[in-house]
Design a protein around this ligand. Structure first.
Ligand code: MOS
Length: 708
């Protein structure tokens, strides 16, 4: 890759979103807004048992209801090719309506199609599905008998040094379990698709994070050429991982459109989004950290388990931080998968890193506590010179800069590290911090740039803007790499016809698409002397990317939080929060800040609110809506400060590294550590609910209200 830095005008400038006006005026069209002639509507029915088979589907009443076109189930639905997969290979969660097997509660089992959504919904209520239930298992825990080693597709496990010997020689050992619950991505826009077939081609407007990859999945599922699948996702109201995959709305709309010969729209309800799309699996993490009396780590042993489904391989990669953040003579990771009868998990808001960093950074705080050390000092004392497990150099590691600058801005110096020492009236006040990292890199994408006759440039890249501002950022990248003003750049994204492109996911979207644009712009500039117009240059970066990891490439952050805890109610409130980030070069500080602040709000929400509750008796999630599944509301979110330390990624031609998810990772631990500092009690299970705080404050509360 070239290291030449382009002359910069737009990159680094704080500019509002290009499509902002369209969105606030309601002119931006989402997948459920797409007009289509003769449109029919599908309504999904989901399984109510966690494991079993469908013994009967009685649609006779529904078929006689007004407007009903038909009912699809496993007996009459189009056949799908089981070779179709997602990130981790073949994925049985895609194979809807193919057989009578029920693998999880919430599995779509029937689609009712009618002239209007109301008619489809009413008819769905008249379909009687009878199940033969089998025994199910949703009992998640690290020591589950079915627990097995997780896939190492993201890299080998760490096993350096002699863990037991180093722990035995340590002055202090923290040996604890940390738990995080099932969580739901909870994008504001529910999954929706409008699909139609024409001349053997499948067309759809779908709510997803990557129209190209969705088109690939559909091409396999339906046995049609990839070039005959045309998926658009022009505006998407959030994804957070749940729209990275080809969703049930898209598969069912495509099926129904084929069966009924009309365009079909499927829009999920909020409950269906919870039950049938994606979840972050629960984690149960065993961590042992040993340290010398002076705070040097001797051993880090991280054994996190996560739940998955037998339908599809999945990796909740909780071990990146243990392999990256701190030096120690012995480091061992053992990522563990527990197959259960649940909705297959998918990446969500910093997958792996977010629950993993909660465990590691809570445990680090416990090490500092037991040593009587400032948690900031403990982290500064254990910085690695090279990858602690890989031995590879870091391409850019501004972790210390984040910690030091964050501490300065937050006012960390002078903090009394003893817990339960600060009070305001009856409130207990505490502060905490966490450091973290998130893997960075680049994936293949294609970009085409056309120099038009009128002096403008059309930039086409199969990117997706799921609310991040990608469209705006890529316009700045194109303008600078072409050496023109942004007003001469027109950007086209979010269409699988624009050729192969990586998803808006893995914190790699903007970096990957920008790399393709940079390469296409460089090639086009060589041809601009030629007067012929229009002239187009296309670059596919597949062959330009070096996958041999010669360096450790990550983004870094430090998060600081101040909380108040009401010992009478157990209520935790975050009073202020600061995140310092090292994410490579920042393309647009306004949008970048919005992204990482959003991430920190998700981290706050994870720390205090979010919890998918599964009933062991039925195997069903019992809170699949925003009444039962709490997410942080405006009143829960304090003023949040986020800043970037100067950083430049040497492997990227523009110095970029990505910032999609680093805001989420780290935040929950910072809050949990602050709660410990306020109360003197460790909260090792998320969310930090009122009742969990009260259990430990019981004595004080009884005293306060005068009960013996
Ligand atoms: Mo993601 S959780 O980067 O789709």
């Amino acid at each position: 890759m070239t290291t030449e830095q382009p002359a910069t005008a737009a990159i680094g400038d704080a500019r509002p979103r290009i499509e902002g006006r369209l969105k606030v005026t309601g002119a931006a069209r989402y997948a459920a807004d797409e007009p289509a002639p003769d449109l029919a509507h599908g309504w999904m029915i989901t399984a109510t048992v966690a494991r079993g088979r469908i013994s009967a589907v009685d649609a006779s009443a529904a078929l006689g209801m007004p407007g009903v076109l038909g009912v699809l189930d496993h007996r009459n639905a189009p056949r799908l090719d089981p070779r179709a997969g997602n990130y981790f290979g073949p994925d049985g969660s895609l194979l809807l309506l193919q057989d009578d097997v029920v693998p999880y509660a919430g599995r779509p089992v029937v689609l009712v199609v009618a002239e209007t959504p109301e008619q489809a919904r009413a008819a769905a209520g008249a379909v009687v599905v009878t199940y033969e239930p089998y025994p199910h298992d949703v009992d998640f825990r690290l020591d589950h008998p079915a627990a097995r080693a997780a896939s190492t597709a993201f890299g080998p496990e760490a096993d350096t040094g002699d863990i037991e010997a180093e722990l035995a020689a340590s002055a202090v050992v923290v040996d604890e379990r940390y738990r995080t619950p099932e969580e739901n991505c909870s994008a504001m826009e529910p999954h929706a698709a409008t699909a139609w077939w024409q001349d053997g081609h499948l067309h759809a407007v779908d709510s997803n994070q990557g129209p190209f990859s969705v088109s690939q999945v559909l091409s396999t599922l339906f046995g049609v050429d990839r070039d005959h699948v045309h998926i658009r996702a022009e505006h998407v109201g959030g994804g957070f991982g749940a729209k990275g995959l080809c969703g049930p709305q898209m598969i069912l709309a495509a099926m129904a459109s084929r069966s009924f010969g009309r365009p079909v729209r499927v829009v999920l309800t909020r409950e269906q989004v919870f039950l049938a799309t994606a979840l972050r699996p629960p984690t149960d993490q065993w961590l042992r950290i040993g340290a010398d009396a002076d705070g040097r780590l001797r051993a880090v042993h991280h054994r996190p388990a996560f739940a998955l489904s037998p339908l599809a391989e999945y990796i909740e990669w909780c071990t990146e931080q243990a392999k990256t953040l701190y030096a120690a003579p012995a480091i061992r990771t053992e990522l563990t998968a527990v197959p259960l009868d649940i909705l297959p998990p998918s990446p969500m808001r910093g997958p792996g890193a977010t629950p993993g960093s909660f465990a590691l950074e809570s445990a680090m705080d416990e090490v500092a506590e037991r040593l009587g050390l400032d948690p900031l000092d403990l982290r500064l004392r254990n910085q690695p010179a090279v990858g602690p497990v890989s031995g590879l150099p870091f391409s850019s590691r501004r972790s210390v800069a984040c910690l030091r600058e964050g501490a300065r801005r937050f006012g960390w110096a002078g903090r009394d590290r003893r817990p339960r020492t600060r009070r305001e009236g009856r409130l207990l006040i505490g502060t905490g911090l966490a450091a973290t990292c998130f893997s960075a890199g680049v994936f293949p994408s294609t970009a085409s740039i056309t120099a038009e006759a009128d002096g403008t440039f059309t930039v086409a890249v199969g990117a997706t803007d799921i609310g991040t501002g990608a469209r705006t950022a890529l316009t700045a990248v194109a303008a600078d790499t072409l050496g023109v003003g942004t007003e001469r750049v027109r950007i086209r994204i979010a269409d699988s016809d624009l050729s192969m492109a990586w998803n808006a996911g893995g914190s790699r979207g903007t970096t990957s698409w920008s790399f393709a644009i940079t390469q296409a712009a460089a090639k086009l500039r060589e041809r601009l002397g030629d007067p012929a117009r229009p002239v187009t240059t296309t670059v596919d970066t597949t062959a330009l990317i070096d996958y041999q990891p010669a360096t450790e490439r990550h983004t870094f952050s430090a998060v600081f939080a101040e909380v108040s805890v009401d010992p009478a109610t157990g209520e935790v409130r975050v009073r202020r929060m600061l995140g310092m980030f090292a994410v490579g070069r920042v393309i647009n500080p306004l949008l970048a800040r919005s992204q990482v602040v959003g991430g920190m709000i998700m981290g706050l929400s994870m720390a205090l609110h979010e919890e998918g509750v599964r009933d062991p008796a039925t195997g069903r999630q019992v809170n699949p809506d925003f009444a039962g599944y709490h997410i942080a509301a405006h009143a829960d979110v304090p003023d949040i400060e986020a800043e970037f330390v100067p950083d430049y990624e040497p492997q990227d031609p523009l110095g970029l590294n990505g910032l999609g998810e680093i805001g989420t990772a780290g935040t929950a631990a910072a809050i949990a550590n602050a709660v410990w500092h306020a109360t003197g009690v460790r909260q090792r299970t998320l969310p930090i609910r009122l009742d969990r705080v009260l259990e430990d404050e019981g004595a004080e509360v009884r005293g306060a209200v005068g009960v013996a």
